[in-house]
Design a protein around this ligand. Structure first.
Ligand code: DGL
Length: 246
């Protein structure tokens, strides 16, 4: 099976990492819209337009499925993509909520949802969590983490100060990493909360979702990974080599 994976930039590589580790596909075609990242501050219509353009790109390949490894796209453009895509389109939000539900049984737990402005303002996580009975939600746009990760800053003073800026006074039982850039700083976020918070990662959640709902099983083979970017593909390849050891 051949999967297309789309993100606004390099962050979706965290989802690819999980897909590669679980060997769910024979081939993965990744497209990062690095020329126009970030999507998080953009409005719904722009995110839809960019996403439909990415879909056009994938039509050059005979893919079996599109994974939107971007929460901002999953929050705003999934229905529009599904309307026109000739293959299934899977987003990261529903899998994230299902992953949380599997692990967090107490519906009164304090849940912190972090993501881009676009993701948080879409209310998608909040609505799905409310529907499943979770009542104590704090949703916070944390867009500064995106350029920090894009700059490949994964620890140190800048990250500590930014976490303090967003997280002081919070002590959640669980944190939904509602942005595919954030797993790269997951350890630091976990440490900030003294390792007491359960962290939900889009990549791990989607692997579970694909196995359970699309009956996709491990092929036992290393998938072939093809990387494309709308700008500076060398950077994407360099970062992929570092994060994914490919
Ligand atoms: N990868 C995007 C997401 O998961 C965040 C980066 C952006 O703002 O484009 O929402």
């Amino acid at each position: 099976m051949r999967a297309a994976v789309f993100d606004s930039g390099i962050g979706g590589l965290t989802v690819v990492k999980s897909l590669v580790e679980h060997k769910l596909f024979d081939e993965i075609i990744y497209y990062g819209d690095t020329a126009r990242v970030p999507y998080g501050p953009k409005d719904k219509n722009t995110i839809i337009r960019y996403s439909l353009e990415a879909l056009e790109f994938f039509k050059n390949f005979d893919v079996d499925m599109l994974i939107t490894a971007c929460n901002s796209v999953s929050a705003h453009a999934i229905e529009e993509l599904r309307e026109v895509a000739p293959f299934p389109v899977v987003g990261v939000i529903e899998p994230g909520v299902l992953a949380l539900e599997k692990k967090l049984l107490d519906k009164k737990s304090n849940i912190l949802i972090i993501g881009t402005k676009a993701t948080i303002e879409s209310q998608k996580y909040q609505t799905l969590l409310h529907q499943r009975g979770y009542t104590n939600l704090i949703a916070k746009a944390t867009p500064l983490f995106v350029p920090i990760v894009e700059e490949e800053i994964f620890d140190g003073e800048i990250l500590e100060a930014t976490m303090h800026h967003y997280f002081r006074d919070l002590s959640p039982h669980a944190v939904i990493l509602g942005c595919t850039h954030f797993p790269l700083i997951a350890n630091q976020i976990s440490n900030y909360f003294n390792s007491k918070a359960l962290l939900i990662h889009s990549g791990e959640a989607i692997v579970d979702h694909l196995e359970n709902n699309y009956q996709i099983k491990s092929s036992q083979k290393e998938p072939i990974l093809k990387l494309f970017a709308s700008e500076n593909p060398e950077k994407l390849k360099r970062v992929a080599a570092k994060w994914l050891s490919v």
